[in-house]
Design a protein around this ligand. Structure first.
Ligand code: CP
Ligand code: NVA
Length: 302
């Protein structure tokens, strides 16, 4: 494993091995305390973050290494040519994680960098989130057999990565989005090329997708960078809220997932987010363990 721009970069075996390592890191953190002594990671952010920043920063510290937070606006990433700046950063550190607006920027970084690039969220993908979510699903369900995932809302970066992660592992996923907000065309084409279409169904009817799901996932209707579309999106997505009424169609008492930050009262109601089936805070916690496992794997310390 070198760069992680999308879950497409990983084989099924690499994903499972990463989840196994993340479980062990969670169970026995002391075992890994000095695994990355002397190593550094640069964390570049073009957008805000709570979980991604802290899980990488604390994760690297707990492994014995150092993390450097770099806000795009207070570095010369905003002045210099991206390849030049990345080339220099990569001469100082062992890993770079970047959160960007345009996914293409990550490919530019990968080509310019001397060290691996990890996608910490782009407009199309959020692989770190979904890898830790797969860990959470397995932890709560005991295995990844007999899992049926439903995603309701915007076919955004989180949805795209969830779809890829699920179909790679042979987990059926049923997505409900408004007609013009389906998963990215690149994802659909990739699934067709991989001959994995049997694992993905798309609908515009939330009740239909909830029925057989034992995992029910949603995310914001307005991703970072889409704020100008807020008014229009709130109208379009209103029927796609996860609430108690919708859950009446669910036959398998699904776990509720959300990558956070949540917009309570919009994509999900308080009563569902705070219900006993909600595993959103476990998802957030597991970002730490998974990020540690990811850094260990990429730096070939495990
Ligand atoms: N879920 C997630 O990536 O959270 P942050 O945007 O706070 O990092
Ligand atoms: N889809 C959201 C995810 C935030 C973690 C966004 O891109 O803003």
């Amino acid at each position: 494993m070198r760069d992680l721009l999308s879950i497409k970069d990983l084989s099924k075996e690499e994903i499972i091995s990463l989840l196994d390592l993340a479980d062990d890191v969670k169970k026995s953190p002391a075992k890994y305390a000095n695994s990355l002594t002397g190593k550094s990671i640069a964390l570049l952010f073009e957008k805000t973050s709570t979980r991604t920043r802290i899980s990488f920063e604390v994760g690297m510290y707990q492994l014995g290494g150092q993390a450097i937070y770099l806000d795009w606006r207070s570095t010369n990433l905003q002045l210099g040519a991206l390849p030049d700046e990345i080339r220099c950063i990569s001469d100082y550190v062992d890993l770079i994680m970047a959160r960007v607006f345009e996914h293409e920027q990550l490919a530019i970084m990968r080509d310019a960098s001397q060290v691996p690039i990890i996608n910490g969220l782009s407009d199309i993908y959020h692989p770190c989130q979904i890898l830790s979510d797969l860990m959470t699903i397995r932890e709560k369900s005991g295995s990844l057999d007999d899992i049926r995932v439903a995603f309701i809302g915007d076919g955004n970066n989180v949805c795209n990565s969830l779809v890829i992660g699920c179909v790679k592992l042979g987990i059926p996923i049923f997505v409900a989005t408004p007609k013009n907000f389906q998963p990215h065309e690149e994802v659909i084409k990739w699934i067709e090329a991989q001959k994995l279409c049997q694992f993905l169904k798309i609908s515009d009817n939330p009740s239909e997708v909830v029925e057989d799901a034992n995992i029910l996932y949603t995310d914001t209707w307005i991703s970072m960078g889409q704020e100008a579309e807020t008014e229009e999106r709130l109208k379009i997505f209103k029927p796609y809220q996860i609430n108690s009424e919708l859950l009446k169609s669910a036959k398998r008492n699904p776990f509720i997932m959300h990558c956070l930050p949540a917009h309570r009262g919009f994509e999900i109601t308080d009563e569902v987010l705070d219900s006993k089936n909600s595993i959103v805070f476990l998802q957030a916690e597991n970002r730490l363990h998974l990020q540690k496992a990811l850094m260990l794997k990429i730096l070939e310390k495990q």
